[in-house]
Design a protein around this ligand. Structure first.
Ligand code: FES
Length: 224
């Protein structure tokens, strides 16, 4: 006996003998209301979640502007001690966007490693590499001291004691004519190799440089 083809299901609810079906209706009212409620819920959830996500993640992908700021004449900076200068890191947030930087001329007696046009003047950040407290250069001991948990850095910014995990960050500097300009900040490991800026507490020696990769917003800076 030949197989009879299965009967095609009608698209009309009335033909499918669904209780309460209307003539010409292709979807049940229950399904229609259920779908509308789900769609409304999805729209409301997206309206709350998407702006929050954008607000939280947006800054991660915003490229920071590379700024160079004049900090004085080259003659103002000795090579055997530091001179503090206040520079603007972020002009959008007024005083909060400023920071103190310690500067001196490069000195072959202390400064090792490759020399290029960005380190004829040494500029050190005052942000402690333990938890970010401001460090202060103490002339009498030729050291940078952090008041928070006793972090100590030597004259070149290398860790000399306490909990900091890496040397003080540096800033690019450039001599233009008779003046010194300070550019972007960069981080260093104990060999003074350059890395794009990392947060305090992020180690850059050994496996640390892989555990704490650069952020997606980072521009490629010379030597990093
Ligand atoms: S923040 Fe500087 S030692 Fe802790």
């Amino acid at each position: 006996m030949a197989d009879t083809p299965p009967e095609k299901k009608s698209k009309y609810t009335a033909d499918r003998r669904i209780p309460g079906a209307f003539e010409g209706e292709t979807i049940t009212r229950r399904r229609m209301i259920g779908g509308t409620v789900h769609l409304g819920g999805a729209v409301a959830t997206a309206a709350i979640i998407l702006p929050s996500l954008g607000f939280a993640l947006g800054p991660i992908f915003k490229k920071s502007e590379v700024r160079w700021e004049k900090v004085g004449a080259l003659a103002d900076f000795p090579d055997d001690t530091y001179v503090p200068r206040v520079i603007t890191l972020n002009p959008d947030i007024a005083e909060v966007g400023k920071t103190t930087v310690y500067l001196r001329k490069r000195n072959a007696q202390f400064d090792k490693g490759p020399v290029d046009k960005y380190n004829q003047v040494i500029a050190l950040s005052t942000r402690c590499m333990h938890l970010g407290c401001p460090v202060r250069f103490v002339q009498a001991s030729s050291r940078f001291i952090c008041p928070c948990h006793g972090g100590v850095y030597d004259f070149t910014g290398q860790v000399d004691g306490g909990p900091p995990v890496r040397p003080l960050d540096h800033f690019y500097t450039e001599i233009r004519g008779a003046d010194v300009y300070v550019g972007p900040r960069f981080s260093v490991n104990s060999e003074l190799e350059r890395f794009s800026p990392r947060f305090p507490g992020e180690e850059l020696d050994g496996i640390g440089q892989y555990l704490y990769p650069s952020r997606p917003t980072q521009r490629k800076l010379p030597g990093t």
